[in-house]
Design a protein around this ligand. Structure first.
Ligand code: DC
Length: 223
């Protein structure tokens, strides 16, 4: 079974996806981390972030692996070509570099292949921007998770403080979220948009536990 959770930055997708996966006993895939890893590799190699062909080459060859800590089924680490980039992909630089990287059609094609291959191995909760529209249009459950800009910025701020990485300036975070939403929504390939058959959930005034329970119930109903 595939549970697709799409939505803009900071809507709570990661927290919700991990909790839903844990409750259902599913694996969990953070596709944003995959795009961030490619952006990191491109920056490391000094590649022009608008050079679709070269970006596509590195994306097709890149070996992205999610690492588990202490037997936890939810991955906590990300490696690309053997480099542990768990923290390095959450910096302000990568927040900026990931927009042009993820707008590259060749990068998207490479990631789509990898994501479909990974999900062959079992039941998955997959979070991203285009999971219900492009990667798994036949997903059993599709959720589009949103929240107000301000609430999303507050959540991202708390997440950055907890992780000890990324900006801790509210105004800077809010501006970056808006910039990335605009970029993600207006790109030509796989823009951020709710699938016609997605359940849209605005989590601004909902407890995260209620969102998690609702999605688990949708998954149980679909089984
Ligand atoms: O979920 P996130 O903020 O970590 O994602 C980082 C970037 O990757 C985001 O700005 C848009 C892009 N992305 C995408 O284009 N498609 C996905 N399925 C997931 C993320």
């Amino acid at each position: 079974m595939i549970v697709a959770i799409d939505g803009p930055s900071g809507a709570g997708k990661s927290t919700v996806a991990k909790a839903v996966a844990k409750k259902l006993g599913f694996s969990c895939l953070d596709t944003g981390a995959m795009y961030r890893s490619i952006a990191w590799l491109a920056c490391e190699r000094g590649i022009d972030l608008h050079d679709d062909e070269t970006l596509g080459q590195i994306a097709r060859q890149a070996d992205i692996v999610f690492g588990h800590v202490d037997g936890d089924p939810i991955p906590k680490q990300v490696f690309i070509d053997g480099h542990d980039v768990t923290d390095a992909i959450r910096t302000k630089e990568i927040d900026k570099a990931v927009s042009p990287t993820s707008a590259s059609p060749s990068v998207r094609a490479a990631m789509l292949d990898q994501q479909r291959r990974i999900a062959l191995s079992g039941d998955y909760v997959i979070e991203g921007r285009d999971i219900g529209t492009v990667v798994f249009p036949d997903a059993d459950v599709k959720v589009f998770l949103t929240a107000s800009d301000e609430e999303r910025a507050h959540r991202r701020l708390r997440q950055n403080v907890d992780r000890g990485v990324g900006s801790i300036d509210y105004e800077e975070i809010l501006a970056d979220l808006k910039r990335r939403d605009e970029y993600d929504s207006s790109r030509e390939v796989a823009p951020l948009v709710a699938a016609d058959d997605a359940v849209v959930m605005d989590s601004t005034d909902l407890y995260i536990e209620d969102v998690i329970e609702k999605i688990c119930n949708l998954a149980k109903d679909a089984q």
